[in-house]
Every structure is written in C-alpha cells, then in structure tokens.
Design a binder for this molecule. Structure first.
Ligand code: HEM
Length: 166
C-alpha cells in the first residue's frame, strides 16, 4: 500500500481557508507544526474540525488517511539538487533537470507548485524509499513540457534555493 507523504497526500487536504483560520494556533501547511500537533489535529478532525459551518467535516477516508500518516513514519519529501536546462522550440518548451539521486531507491520529479499570470514555479522533489535500498544511486532526468505560446517566467526551487530559468 502506498505510504502517505505529507506534501502529496496530507497538506493538500488542508484548504487555504483552513490554514488561514487556524493560523492563530499553528500552520497547517507546515510539516513540523502538523507533526507536533498531530494527535490534537486528529482528535479535532474526529469531533468538530473543520466546523460544519465552514464546509466540514472531512469524509471518513480523509480522516483515516491522516491517521495512517500520523501512526506511520510521517513521511515527507526532500528538496533535490540538479542541473537545469530551459529550451523552447516551435512545438514545445521543455524544462529539464538532470542529476544523481543521493542514494539508491530514490524517485524524483519536477512539480508545478505556484502559477500566476506572469510566472510558474516548479519544485524539484526527491522521494526517499520507505526503507533503505542497497545499491548505487541512479542518475535521473526529469522533464516538464508545455506549449510554446506560454511565455511566463520560470522558477525552480530546490535544496539550493530558488533560481530563475527563464
Ligand atoms: C489542534 C487542532 C485544532 C484546534 C485546537 C482548533 C481550534 C479552533 C478554534 C478555537 C477555532 C475558532 C473557533 C471557531 O471559529 O469555531 C477554529 C476555527 C476553525 N478551524 Fe480549527 N482547530 C483545530 C484543527 C483544525 C483543522 C485540522 C482544520 C481543518 C482541517 C480546522 C479548520 C478550522 C476552520 C475552517 C475554522 C474556522 C471556522 C469558521 O470561522 O467558520 N481546524 N479552530
């Protein structure tokens, strides 16, 4: 069974309105905050949060997923490192990240996380294996393609920070 991961399966269940309303206590989009409040968050999800008047409660499956993540390894993604290339042809724009994973069994990809009228930001995510894998770290090539009419600026966030590719 797929191990739930904070950035992929837990954080997206918290809406911007949940985050905003709960900011007085903790940040529902922050891994460390959710880990430190995990027992209390589960108790409130099972009783009165999000409030009915604000779109709650969650379906049982979502609560179960949160519980499974909390009672497991509370897995999260890592920010990767790579070399990047930005190319534009008549048919496509391609953003390419190439590099070597830190250890065997890793996966990695470019994920579009922020989109505005003028800019797109990708994050280079690495997902470690659930248990250490013996072997040689693999090299990777992660690509994102989109239509050439899209001329917005492109940023990439990784372990080294944020850089503009275009
Ligand atoms: C430790 C866990 C939590 C505590 C102690 C807590 C406590 C509170 C309190 C005291 C309020 C203000 C009173 C109210 O407006 O009802 C509130 C509001 C709210 N909470 Fe939480 N909460 C928790 C977790 C959560 C979670 C996990 C979510 C979403 C998944 C959530 C969503 C909301 C929303 C949307 C409101 C605004 C309700 C409204 O104004 O209509 N809360 N919470």
């Amino acid at each position: 069974m797929r191990t739930p991961v904070f950035e992929l399966h837990i954080q997206p269940m918290f809406r911007a309105t949940d985050r905003e309303h709960m900011a007085f206590a903790f940040d529902l989009w922050d891994y460390d905050a959710v880990v430190s409040q995990a027992d209390d968050i589960l108790a409130r999800l099972e009783s009165d949060m999000p409030p009915v008047a604000g779109g709650g409660p969650w379906p049982d499956e979502w609560v179960e997923l949160f519980r499974r993540w909390k009672d497991g390894d509370r897995k999260r993604l890592e920010l990767g490192t790579a070399d990047y290339a930005f190319t534009r042809t008549a048919t496509a724009v391609t953003v390419t990240a190439t590099g070597t994973f830190p250890a065997a069994g890793y996966k990695g990809w470019l994920q579009l996380t922020d989109v505005s009228e003028t800019a797109k930001t990708y994050v280079l995510y690495f997902e470690p294996p659930d248990t250490p894998v013996i072997g040689t770290p693999e090299t990777f090539t992660a690509k994102e393609r989109y239509r050439p009419a899209d001329t917005r600026s492109v940023f990439v966030r990784d372990a080294a920070g944020v850089q503009q590719l275009h």
